[in-house]
Every structure is written in C-alpha cells, then in structure tokens.
Design a protein around this ligand. Structure first.
Ligand SMILES: Cc1cc2nc3c(=O)[nH]c(=O)nc-3n(C[C@H](O)[C@H](O)[C@H](O)COP(=O)(O)OP(=O)(O)OC[C@H]3O[C@@H](n4cnc5c(N)ncnc54)[C@H](O)[C@@H]3O)c2cc1C
Length: 286
C-alpha cells in the first residue's frame, strides 16, 4: 500500500497494461491496474482529472466532461437580494427555449450568484447541457405548489379581506418569507403601500401568476470546483460491465466516477463507485 503517490503514466506494451509510473519516477510492475481516480470535480479532494488522461493514453475514448450536480448562476440581481433564503416545499421547473423539460418538488437556496440546493442541483445537468449549446434556460419556481390557481385566488381574497386596511406589503406577511416580499412587490409592480382592500382583480391575477411562476433566467453554471460530480468520462462501450475490464487493452480496469456515469443526488454516485469498485477489484484479483 502506497499513499501520497500520484500515478503519472500507465506502462503498456500495446496489448496489455503492465504497470504504472509515479510522478517521482518510480515504476511498478502489475498484473492488473485499476483506474479509480474519480472525476474532475472538487479538485481539492484529489480529483484532478488524471484518470481521463491515463485512459486516453492507452486508446480509450473520453466522452466530453461537464460539471454536474452544480449550482446555477442567474441574471437580474434577484438571487443576490434573496441570498441565504431557503425555500422548502416548492416546485422548480426547468424551461429550455421556453419548453418545460423537468420539474422537481423540494428544497432550494438562493446564493450571492444564483441558485443551489437539492432540486436545483438535480435540474443542473439538463441546464448545463442546454447552456453549452447556447439555449435559453429559465428556472420557474412555483411558490405555492399545493394550491391550484382557484384555491390560491381564494386564499389571496381571504388574506386581503383579513388585512383589508393594511398595506399590500403587510398583507403578504402570512403568504411569503420576509425577504421575498420586496422582490414580490417589485416584480408584480403592485405599489407596496396600496391598501389591501383596493387591490384590483388584475393586480391579484398578476400576483397569482408570479406566485405560481417566479422566473429566474439562468446565465451560467458554477465550475468543476463546485460541481459535486463530473458527467462524461471513459466511454462505457469500451468497458465490459461484467468485469469492469477494458475492452481495448488487457489487464486494465475502471471503477467510479472516471467512467461516463453520473447519477442524481441521493447516494447514487457513491453506490456506483462502490459497486464498480467491488466488481473491478474482484475481476482484477481473479
Ligand atoms: C462535496 C461533495 C458531496 C458529495 N455528496 C455525495 C452524496 O451525498 N452522495 C453521493 O452518492 N455522492 C456524493 N458525492 C460524489 C461522490 O463523492 C463521488 O461520486 C465518489 O466519491 C466517486 O468515487 P471515486 O472513488 O470514483 O473517486 P474519488 O472519491 O474522487 O477518489 C479518487 C481518488 O483518486 C485519487 N487520484 C486522482 N488522481 C490520481 C493519480 N493520478 N494517482 C493516484 N491517485 C489519484 C484522488 O486523490 C482520490 O483520492 C459528493 C461529492 C462531493 C465533492
């Protein structure tokens, strides 16, 4: 067992891998080599992307790598105003070129650059792919997914009746978190000090539409540094799934995130690493 030791190069004779060389220049002979170097995300954890170069050096194809499960940057300074606000039980829908592609219910968080949190990370893979081909990407948040439009309208009428003499911004207190109220006022264009009993049906409709469809334009994604996993990697068609052995060269195996496998949040990536690692280890030992 050698730790703190970086592999620089695979040694191969054209038909099989016969060993590896470290950055210190030491070489090791090996009957089998397993590349389990991880992806290119969170480089501070040691995932330098070396595995892709090692695999390529012996003829493997690398499916282009992209950050996945990654926070998203948004336009307009809205997220910045809401920095630190966490929303639970909301529905976030990803729209690409205006078309709904994916919708998830759960928790999300506003940051100084945009959006993060479980449902945003899970939507990010499709968002990243769309951004890379310069499509328009929008996240629409339904702040009241448990209420359909009719029920929400009834709720608004009730709230405005209860707080009939209060200003619009005060009447929103039971409906929205405090930091969201000024943003709601700006985006709906309803004067903050308008008495609740003077809010028109048109204004109520505007508010209702915003509560069900609070849009944020996605301009970019964060880098590999902040991506929980890496999408892309060693082409799965070149790896035997029964053994994790290379189909191109002898004595070489792959396991974990270096492969073109990426899963949703929820432990699927660790499971993929454990399962492929177990199989690669058994097969290499055999
Ligand atoms: C912040 C964060 C949170 C996460 N949360 C979850 C989660 O909740 N659930 C989940 O399923 N997944 C999660 N993941 C993803 C999960 O950790 C990875 O998918 C998994 O660790 C990949 O395992 P691996 O063994 O392939 O690679 P890694 O765990 O990255 O290990 C690769 C190892 O190879 C070493 N290495 C790299 N290059 C070389 C080289 N040239 N020579 C020698 N050694 C080298 C690295 O130093 C590292 O120790 C998270 C990741 C991050 C960053």
């Amino acid at each position: 067992m050698r730790t703190d030791c970086r592999i620089k190069r695979l040694i191969a004779d054209g038909e099989r891998v016969t060993g590896a060389e470290t950055t210190r220049g030491d070489t090791y002979d090996a009957d089998a080599v397993i590349v389990a170097t991880g992806g290119a995300s969170y480089p501070a954890t040691g995932s330098s992307g070396d595995g892709y170069r090692l695999a390529e050096s012996v003829g493997h194809t690398i499916i282009p790598i992209r950050p996945a499960l990654v926070p998203l940057e948004t336009a307009g300074g809205i997220a910045q105003r809401l920095q630190g606000l966490s929303l639970r039980n909301v529905q976030a829908t990803l729209r690409v070129n205006g078309k709904k592609t994916q919708s998830l219910f759960g928790e999300m968080l506003f940051t100084h650059f945009g959006l993060t949190g479980p449902i945003i990370l899970s939507l990010s893979k499709t968002a990243v792919d769309a951004l890379h081909v310069e499509k328009d990407v929008v996240i629409s948040i339904d702040l009241k997914p448990a209420l359909d439009e009719q029920k929400l309208n009834a709720r608004l009428l009730r709230d405005f009746e209860t707080h009939s003499r209060a200003q619009f911004q005060t009447a929103l207190k039971e409906l929205l978190p405090r930091t969201l109220i000024p943003v709601c006022v700006d985006l709906t264009g309803i004067p903050h000090d308008k008495p609740a009993n003077q809010i028109t049906a048109v204004e109520r409709k505007k508010l209702l539409t915003w509560l069900k469809d609070f849009k944020l334009t996605v301009t970019d994604h964060r880098s590999f540094k902040e991506a929980i996993i890496t999408a892309g990697g060693v082409d799965l068609r070149e790896v035997d799934p029964r053994t994790m052995a290379s189909r191109l060269i002898g004595n070489l195996y792959f396991a974990g995130e270096v492969l073109d496998i990426d899963g949703d949040t929820g432990g699927y990536n660790l499971q993929a690493a454990f399962s492929t690692g177990w199989l690669a280890g058994r097969s290499a030992a055999d």
